[in-house]
Design a protein around this ligand. Structure first.
Ligand code: ATP
Ligand code: MG
Length: 378
């Protein structure tokens, strides 16, 4: 196994920005790969070619590439010479080891200056296999087995399997957002979804320590450790929120509490965004999941935002969210108990339809000291 050929999908459509997208994708691939495993990552004819070192761990490379957004699929490939006889001879022992009734050879010729076409390769390599003990029929549509051949500048590569990647867009190609991260199920998945579209997340977590224990802070650290595999080093702001909550609890109508908490969270998250030069906020809200997530309440909460508030989970059911959480290895952390700053002071009967005028009236009485912001790199 001499190389991995990485195929990217959507990026290829990005016209003028394509170079930028490819460069970022290469950087991201280099970030996750182990230096022991590869010598170089090059861009070649709409593919990326990862040259593997001798003795590279296929498992480690595979696991690493499964963390990179923007990869459509990838294949572990063998290198051979760029002539049809050499390709045919080299693939034979591998093909002999596989069981199938129908097969196809699919060649892609990046290098157009070769004295033969991709159809020539398909026909001649296929013919050679049939003459040399491969007992199967050629079938171009949906064969049991496909031998892929790619022709680059000086070398040819062949492979048999395409491993589906994470898809999406390379991390860092879609700007920066501040993601409001609790330690519940939803916000980590919202962050993952927006990261998958290429945005880089700075995280903001509101906690009530020392009024509560440090569970939510510790859970968030664990969550960020998992999420940062997908975007690299991540910043987290741990923001003390208990004083603001106390003020709301003692001075505002009980039914409005949650809406008021959220409005203050949004305001503070905007301060973080300003400091970080981020262009949007992200929350894990999903329509009608809980009382604060009705359209009427979302509208009143949104009033304090000047930046777009992105809600990647807005149309998702809890079941779907939990299933993604499980896939990412987040389920256990997110279901572990914590005294969330909000659960601690949640009213028994929160309103499902806050009125802006009532909320604004309640805020007039509140004396809020804005917390000092400082970030930590996880
Ligand atoms: P989650 O599962 O993300 O906690 P939730 O279903 O519990 O969400 P809410 O408690 O209404 O819903 O919170 C809505 C959103 O507000 C969260 O998804 C998150 O983005 C943000 N949020 C809530 N609490 C906090 C917190 N303590 N720190 C940061 N963000 C928070
Ligand atoms: Mg929550």
């Amino acid at each position: 196994m001499e190389a991995v050929i990485v195929h990217y999908g959507e990026l290829a459509l990005k016209g003028g920005n394509r170079d930028f997208f490819e460069r970022v994708l290469i950087q991201n691939i280099k970030r996750v790969l182990d230096r022991q495993d590869y010598t170089s990552v090059n861009q070649l004819y709409g593919r990326l070619l990862v040259n593997l070192k001798e003795g590279a761990s296929q498992k480690r490379v595979r696991n690493s590439l499964m963390q990179v957004f923007g990869i459509e699929n990838f294949s572990f490939a063998y290198k051979t010479k760029q002539n049809i006889e050499a390709i045919a001879k080299d693939v034979l022992p591998y093909v002999k080891k596989c069981k199938f009734e129908t097969f196809a050879v699919k060649t892609r010729r990046g290098n157009k200056n070769l004295p033969f076409s991709s159809v020539d390769v398909n026909k001649q390599v296929g013919g050679f296999l049939l003459k040399n003990g491969i007992d199967a029929k050629v079938k171009l549509k949906n064969p049991d087995f496909t031998l892929h051949v790619e022709l680059f500048d000086n070398d040819a590569f062949f492979y048999f399997e395409k491993i589906r990647g994470l898809q999406g867009m390379p991390s860092g190609t879609a700007g920066k957002v501040v993601s409001l991260l609790s330690s519940g199920f939803d916000s980590p998945i919202a962050s993952f979804k927006i990261m998958r579209r290429g945005a880089k997340c700075v995280f903001a977590h509101f906690h009530s320590y020392p009024y509560t224990n440090k569970n939510s802070i510790n859970n968030v650290k664990e969550i960020v450790k998992i999420l940062e595999k997908y975007q690299g080093d991540s910043k987290v702001y741990f923001i003390p929120f208990a004083d603001i909550q106390k003020e709301i609890m003692t001075k505002a109508p009980e039914a409005l509490r949650v809406v008021l908490y959220r409005r203050y969270m949004i305001r503070i998250a905007e301060m973080v965004a300003k400091r970080e030069k981020a262009d949007a906020l992200v929350t894990g809200e999903s329509l009608a999941q809980v009382a604060s997530q009705t359209l009427k309440n979302m509208k009143v909460i949104n009033e304090v935002a000047t930046l777009p508030v992105l809600r990647p989970l807005v149309g998702m059911d809890k079941k779907e969210i939990i299933s993604i959480s499980r896939e990412l290895g987040l389920e256990e952390i997110c279901s572990s108990p914590y005294d969330d700053c909000c659960s601690l002071f949640t009213p028994k009967h929160p309103t499902v339809a806050a009125k802006l005028s009532d909320v604004e009236k309640a805020e007039v009485n509140l004396k809020v000291e804005w917390p000092k912001l400082s970030s930590v790199h996880d």
